[in-house]
Design a protein around this ligand. Structure first.
Ligand code: ADP
Ligand code: MG
Length: 683
């Protein structure tokens, strides 16, 4: 039986529940309900009010009604398919209870003659008489029936009655946990306790009351536990002492002066934040967030330059070889000759690779560029002082932590992401890191003109790209994947390639998920060298690669993508100095709502703004595939509707950090909300 002050009961196996056998347990496990706590978040959808009884003479056919009756006569026909029947009365009339597929003994037991029974169900009418077929709600104890009965969206194979019983059992046995929140926080939720909030949450009359204190408190607990886990990781990493980097301001200025452009205000600000971290004695664990084309690379490379000038090595990791090479080439051009820069590539010959590894270990390389290959076991650094990770790695918290451990104590970590996401999401997903944001884009950048077009008008589009090719420009043509029976289908891209290849012979290439990785790099390289002009592809091309000569992107079936994703795709063009165009193609006329969405995209080129709007429309979770990135989905909290709670949680975490408050009181919270995999120390 439950220990009343212990949360362990909630984490115990479902088999600890009375009346729950292996069959029910397995059915629930299939729904990822593994322990008692998981069941708390399966909320009633609606309820049936059975609390008021009606006299038989006043019954309404077709409605759920509750009656107090007395069974007076049985009929057990010995003929197959004929139901058992029990005639019942109250002082105003008669009703038959009908049982199909039932045993006589069972019927006698639940409806004993002459007793007072409360019964509830949908009233039928047959041969001039009221009847109740296979009644489920009946008892001599009227209080059991005369209540509001919850309706859940049920797991197949579990009846509502059983389910209600399970939930009731849990609610009755809820442990009374010691409060973990501060008075100030509790006040915001009218001081409701965790277990009282759970009880309220399951009351039928509270269904959908999202703004009520019990709901808000429980949503806050979810958010807070996530933030607390993040905060613990951040604190832990920050506590790691490292050798300070001594920055050489003169050398930094020399590099900045060499640039063909001046740094934007945000680039300067973020560089300063990174520099402060480099020269501090605490390990850096920082995220540099900025829209596609906001100029993160140069900021990170200056940081790398500062690192090597302080006597350390730096490593830059990109998601693809092409991108690694682009960064490498940029660095080659940027840094003075005496800086030793190398690219480690999957394609390099064994001998070259071995040579690079040897040099790396001997401190003869200052900056190494590559894909994740640079973090393989056999790669040994002499004196690694900074890891820069660029783009697209949707690392989960645990992966990031591992990476940070890998470089050793003296190694600072800078992660870059080109995915602007709403603030509430950033706090949730990257709360373990310090954050630098580049919001402002380089002034020289021309906005990308965005149009929508019906697919039937494809001839106009073809005419347009003919003109563009004539002026020496290149075109991306993006086709969405068609998903059929879980198998990804590239047929739309293949078809489009065939179509365009006829119109533009020798000027088109095709790229999709099944293209061999090596071939992919070759195709992209050829596109970069302008060996062909139209690249038809699915969405597999990273947004980080600079194709300065490509200035048109066509996105087919654009309604398949969310706004943020469209914005990201659009970011593949507009990186050079030319005017660029994005054409969104649609199969049919846009609805008013779709028009509204597309207008957001046409009007704005600010990824942060677009992602906020996108989230308002589509909700969170789906945004840019973060569902797959290992983020635990909140059960109650919603980054759109509860943004106030996210801010409150952030403020409270800062307070706890600043006052160095003991967090052991949060242990039940962390344990229950399953963040213990992240912070195992307080466990
Ligand atoms: P991202 O943030 O997407 O990684 P990049 O660093 O690749 O963006 O920068 C995109 C392009 O903008 C590059 O060609 C880069 O040289 C250029 N760039 C960077 N900063 C500036 C600036 N302040 N003014 C003009 N161009 C810039
Ligand atoms: Mg980039």
């Amino acid at each position: 039986m439950a220990n009343k002050s212990n949360y362990e009961y909630l984490l115990s196996d479902l088999s600890n529940l009375k009346g729950v056998g292996a069959k029910t347990t397995n059915l629930l496990k299939k729904k990822k309900i593994n322990n008692i706590f998981d069941l708390l978040w399966k909320l009633p959808k609606t309820y049936t009010d059975r609390s008021h009884s009606t006299k038989i003479k006043d019954l309404k056919i077709g409605e759920n009604q509750t009656i107090n009756i007395t069974p007076i006569k049985y009929q057990f026909p010995r003929v197959r398919n004929l139901p058992n029947k029990v005639s019942c009365t109250d002082e105003t009339g008669e009703i038959d209870c009908i049982f199909f597929n039932s045993y006589e003994g069972y019927v006698r037991k639940i409806l004993p003659l002459g007793r007072n029974i409360t019964i509830s169900g949908k009233i039928g009418f047959f041969r001039n008489k009221y009847q109740l077929t296979n009644p489920k709600y009946l008892s001599e104890d009227s209080t059991l029936i005369k209540q509001k009965h919850n309706t859940y969206s049920l797991t197949q194979g579990i009846s509502e009655k059983v389910y209600n019983k399970i939930i009731n059992q849990i609610i009755t046995n809820l442990p009374i946990l010691n409060e973990w929140h501060s008075e100030n926080i509790l006040n915001k939720f009218e001081n409701i306790k965790w277990n009282d909030a759970i009880i309220e949450l399951h009351k039928p009359e509270n269904i959908g009351k999202f703004r009520k204190n019990f709901y808000q408190r429980l949503a806050f607990d979810e958010i807070f536990s996530t933030f607390l886990a993040n905060s613990e990781i951040r604190k832990k990493i920050k506590k790691i002492k490292k050798k300070r980097k001594v920055l050489n301001k003169t050398k930094q200025i020399e590099i900045i002066d060499k640039l063909e452009f001046t740094l934007t205000k945000d680039q300067k600000k973020t560089l300063q934040e990174i520099n402060n971290d480099l020269s501090s004695s605490n390990k850096m664990f920082r995220l540099l967030q900025g829209d596609v084309g906001s100029g993160k690379t140069i900021v990170s490379l200056i940081a790398a330059y500062n690192t090597i000038n302080s006597g350390f090595q730096a490593a830059v990791m990109a998601p693809t070889e092409i991108l690694a090479r682009q960064h490498y080439n940029f660095a080659k051009k940027l840094f003075p000759k005496q800086v030793n820069i190398e690219l480690i590539s999957g394609k390099s010959e064994y001998k070259t690779k071995k040579e690079v590894l040897k040099k790396l270990a001997n401190n003869e390389i200052d900056i190494i560029f590559g894909t994740h290959a640079i973090f393989q076991k056999k790669v040994n650094f002499n004196n690694l002082g900074l890891i820069i990770i660029d783009e697209q790695h949707k690392f989960g918290v645990n992966q990031r932590k591992r990476l940070s451990d890998k470089g050793g104590n003296n190694c600072d970590v800078l992660l870059m992401t080109a995915t602007p996401i709403p603030r509430t999401l950033t706090m949730t997903l990257y709360g373990d890191m310090d954050l630098s944001i580049i919001r402002e884009k380089p002034k020289s950048r021309k906005p990308i003109k965005t149009y929508s077009k019906l697919e039937s008008k494809i001839d106009d589009v073809v005419k347009f790209i003919k003109k563009e090719i004539k002026s020496g420009n290149q075109i991306f043509w993006v086709c969405p994947l068609i998903e059929e029976s879980k198998k990804l289908d590239h047929s739309s891209a293949v078809k489009k390639f065939d179509y365009l290849n006829k119109l533009f012979p020798k000027q088109v290439s095709l790229l999709h998920g099944k293209t061999d990785l090596n071939d992919k790099e070759i195709i992209l390289d050829n596109f970069l060298k302008n060996k062909f002009q139209i690249l038809v592809s699915t969405t597999i091309i990273e947004v980080g690669i600079d194709f300065p000569n490509a200035n048109v992107i066509i996105i087919e079936n654009a309604n398949k993508f969310g706004l943020s994703q469209l914005h990201q795709l659009r970011g593949r063009v507009g990186r050079g100095s030319k005017e660029s165009t994005c054409i969104l193609m649609f199969k049919s006329n846009l609805s008013e709502n779709a028009k509204k969405r597309i207008n957001i995209l046409k009007d704005s080129n600010d990824g942060f703004y677009i992602s906020e709007e996108d989230m308002k429309i589509r909700g969170f979770g789906d945004i840019l595939g973060f569902k797959q990135s290992g983020i635990k989905n909140f059960k109650l909290a919603d980054p759109v509707h509860n943004s106030d709670l996210f801010l409150l949680a952030e403020k409270e975490i800062r307070r706890i950090e600043n006052q160095n408050e003991d967090i052991s009181k949060f242990k039940p919270l962390i344990k229950l909300y399953d963040r213990a995999d992240i912070i195992n120390d307080i466990a």
